[in-house]
Each structure stands twice: as structure tokens, then as C-alpha cells.
Design a protein around this ligand. Structure first.
Ligand code: HAM
Length: 431
């Protein structure tokens, strides 16, 4: 046997036993998004690398270390999308969605790619669902987005969910803070790693993403808090967002250090975490990004959104879902007992499928016993049997796999006989 080719590191296969759970979760997501009036958007798997450099930011971990970037044959630099906010905004601008409606409420379910060190809940190809609400600067829009994220995560009953909320101020207010942050940390620059020194020079907010305990300790000790540098409007806006969440009884806690690792955020930032996840505890992250649309060449348009990891959601909710959701079992296993019945079996299977039944047809030419065993294994509710006798009399035999009852019927009677097995009359409680 030839040596097998293995999956590359950090990606996973979704096998049939799990695929039905994914489909169920996706179905719920589509349904809930519709109740909030969000419309689906799908963007290409790869984009110009420049989109992420300009959108997500050069000093971010995503752009700096994690992107799958390659040159195509024409020498253009392309990147497999590591996140969806920049692509969705690119699509919004390029397709002039601002001209179609005063607000675009968009959602997505998609695969993303980041070359991170794989561990539980951290993959190199992973899936997100999320929304981007482009057009409103008002706090009720932030509240709607957080409520939607919380609603969706909660529906799957994970344990120990909590929301961390912060504001990092508008760009105007933040300039002063960044200058103060730089001044406060500059004397300790030599103690920082090369990467963190570069962050301090170019984009000090990114120091909060640092994995270095020394940097984090320095930030704890010396960094001014962004909440002390907010403008009056920023403060009012943050209060309004908190009031909205309280009115909806959505629990949250203010985390003044939550800046999130992407450059586009302004004002609100939030994360939903689950105790069940361990080190990679963020189930969902998002916030407001009022400058991104104009930075990417569109009109000055405020926006807010979130994205949640599907794999992480299934890590926290998968076992409970598995107990509740069973894969659909076939209605019919079509058993073929003689060579002359094979063509008829193909035709009968197609007819039954066209009438809406799910049908599995025997194609391994196995023994009668093995075929019945297989019908049981796949959980078929009925077996339709075609053999020499049925061919001679132009009939088929139909067996109720639960009761074992068997009867022979004409092709015209097959449907009603099947329906009687698949939908038995409810038992009369008075009997
Ligand atoms: P993010 O925090 O980078 O934000 O990712 C959001 C979620 O995606 C995370 O909370 C996590 O559940 C999941 N995730 C991220 N990286 C991985 C990974 N390597 N493996 C598995 N799951 C992962 C964003 O992507 C922003 N675009 C969110 C946003 C939308 N902000 C505004 N609008």
C-alpha cells in the first residue's frame, strides 16, 4: 500500500458524525440572523494583501505573523482571509452598498486562515460567524450587535459565559492617550523584546496584545488607563451602551484593558468568553470601527460588528448538542436479492427519492443477511426488497424494520404502504 498523505498541521476534518451538528448550528445562525434583519454576504477566499495591511494594521499579530500570503503568477501579493471585517467593508465599498440602503446589516459564516501555533480551540483554518452593521454611529446599534452575539452564543447553552466590555475612545480622543502611553513606557523600552520595542515606537496600543509577561507587568504598573483619556462624547457613548445592555438584562463587566488585537477599533470593544474553553477562552469578539470604511476608500461611515468561532462554540456546546440532535435516518433501505432485479432497484430508488423519501440502495451485491444487517445499521425504517419472485410478479416486498412485519405490494401501493410505516397513527390513549 502507498504511504498515505496526512492532513497539514492545525486544520481539521469535519466528519459525517459531526457535520450534522455543524449544519444544525448553521441553520440556527441563519434563522436568528434573519430575526434581527441581517442579510448574508459571501466574500472571496483570498484578497489583496494590501487590504489586511491597511484594514487590520501592520503591527497587529494577524498581519505581522499569521497571514498565509503568496504571490500569484502575475506577481500580485494575495492573502487567504484571516478575518472578515476588512473583506466585508471592501465589498461594501466596491459594490456601493451605501447607495442601496442607509444601513447595511450583513452577516457571514465562513472559513478563515491564520498561521498560529495550533492548540485546543486554535486552528489554522477555522470558521467564524459574525455580523457587520455599517451605517449607524448610535449606541443602540452597539447594543443590538452585542445582544445578537450574546443571544446566539447563549442559545447553545454553553456554561460560564461572560461579556467583557470596554471603550477605547474615538480616534480624536485616543491620540492624546497614545502619546501619554508612549511617554510613560519609553524609559523602560530597553527591557522590552524587539517586537514590543517596535510596537512601542509605531503603535503602542498593540503592546496590550503582547504575550510577554514582562511587558504585561510593565503595562499593569506604568501604563495610563484609556478610560482617563476619553472625550466627553466617548464617555456618554459608553454610558449609553452600558445602559442599553442593562435594559436588556445582559450581564457584562467593564474591563478597562480590553483593546482587542486589530487596529480598526474605535470606542466599543467587547469579548464573550467561556470558562469551558481554557487558555483560548474567547468565543466571540467585536466592536465599533468608525474609520475603516473611509480608510478603505468609502464614504465616512460608522460601523460595528462581531465574529465568533464555530469550533470554539462546538467545543463548549457540542456534547450537549450531540445528545439532542441525531442524524436523519433513511426512510428506506433498498435490498436487492437477484441479478435481474438490479436495474429495477435503481429505477425504484430514483422514483422513491423523487417522491421525497430518503433511500439507500444496496450496491455491494452482498448476501441477504448482510443487506438486512446494513439496513439495521443505518437505521432505515423500512426495507424494500426486490428479488426473483418480485420481478416475476411485478411487485415489491416491504418490511417494517421496527415491527418486522412484511407484506408484498404492487408498485402503485408502495407509497401508501411506506407512509403507513413511516407515519404510524398515534396510539389512542383511551385504549
Ligand atoms: P477575532 O477576535 O480575531 O476578531 O476573532 C473572533 C473569534 O474568532 C474569536 O473570538 C475566536 O472564537 C475565533 N478565532 C480567532 N482565531 C481563531 C483560531 N486560530 N482558531 C479558532 N478560532 C479562532 C475578528 O476576527 C474580528 N473581525 C471580529 C469583528 C467583526 N470585529 C468587528 N466586526
Amino acid at each position: 500500500m502507498a504511504e498515505s498523505v496526512k492532513r497539514v498541521r492545525g486544520v481539521h476534518d469535519i466528519l459525517p458524525e459531526d457535520a450534522h451538528l455543524w449544519r444544525f448550528v448553521e441553520w440556527i445562525i441563519h434563522a436568528v440572523m434573519a430575526t434581527y434583519g441581517y442579510q448574508e454576504i459571501r466574500t472571496p477566499v483570498f484578497e489583496s494583501t494590501e487590504l489586511f495591511i491597511r484594514g487590520v494594521g501592520l503591527e497587529t499579530d494577524i498581519v505581522n505573523k499569521e497571514m498565509y500570503t503568496f504571490e500569484d503568477k502575475g506577481g500580485k501579493s494575495l492573502t487567504l482571509k484571516p478575518e472578515l471585517t476588512a473583506p466585508v467593508v471592501r465589498a461594501y465599498v466596491q459594490n456601493h452598498l451605501d447607495r442601496e440602503a442607509p444601513i447595511a446589516r450583513l452577516y457571514y459564516l465562513d472559513s478563515l486562515f491564520r498561521q498560529e501555533r495550533p492548540q485546543k480551540g486554535r486552528l489554522r483554518q477555522f470558521n467564524q460567524f459574525g455580523v457587520e452593521a455599517i451605517g449607524s454611529s448610535h449606541p443602540e446599534q452597539d447594543v443590538e450587535v452585542i445582544a445578537l452575539a450574546y443571544d446566539l452564543c447563549n442559545l447553545f447553552e454553553p456554561e460560564g459565559l461572560s461579556i467583557r466590555l470596554n471603550t477605547i475612545g474615538s480616534t480624536e480622543g485616543r491620540a492624546n492617550y497614545l502619546a501619554q502611553l508612549q511617554t510613560a513606557l519609553e524609559p523602560y523600552a530597553a527591557e522590552l523584546s524587539e517586537l514590543d520595542q517596535q510596537r512601542l515606537r509605531a503603535n503602542p496600543l498593540r503592546l496590550f496584545d503582547s504575550k510577554s509577561p514582562a511587558t504585561q507587568a510593565l503595562l499593569d504598573e506604568k501604563a495610563p488607563l484609556i478610560s482617563d483619556y476619553l472625550t466627553e462624547e466617548d464617555r456618554q457613548n459608553f454610558n449609553d451602551v452600558q445602559d442599553g445592555l442593562k435594559a436588556l438584562n445582559i450581564p457584562f463587566e467593564h474591563d478597562p484593558k480590553l483593546v482587542r488585537g486589530l487596529d480598526y477599533y474605535t470606542r466599543t470593544t467587547f469579548e464573550i468568553t467561556s470558562q469551558q474553553l481554557g487558555a483560548q477562552d474567547a468565543l466571540c469578539g467585536g466592536g465599533r470601527y468608525d474609520k475603516l470604511v473611509s480608510q478603505l476608500g468609502g464614504p465616512d461611515t460608522p460601523a460595528v460588528g462581531f465574529a465568533a468561532g464555530m469550533e470554539r462554540l462546538l467545543l463548549v456546546a457540542g456534547d450537549r448538542l450531540k445528545e439532542k440532535i441525531t442524524p436523519r435516518q433513511p426512510d428506506v433501505y433498498l435490498i436487492v436479492l437477484s441479478d435481474d432485479a438490479r436495474t429495477s432497484a435503481l429505477v425504484r430508488a430514483q422514483e422513491l427519492r423523487a417522491s421525497g423519501y430518503t433511500v439507500i440502495l444496496e450496491t455491494l451485491r452482498r448476501s441477504t443477511r448482510a443487506q438486512f444487517r446494513e439496513a439495521n445499521r443505518v437505521g432505515a425504517k423500512a426495507a424494500v426488497i426486490l428479488g426473483e419472485e418480485e420481478m416475476k410478479t411485478d411487485t415489491c416486498t416491504i418490511k417494517n424494520m421496527t415491527s418486522g412485519d412484511q407484506q408484498t405490494v404492487s408498485p402503485e401501493q408502495l407509497s401508501s404502504a411506506l407512509d403507513a410505516i413511516l407515519h404510524p397513527p398515534a396510539e389512542d390513549a383511551s385504549d
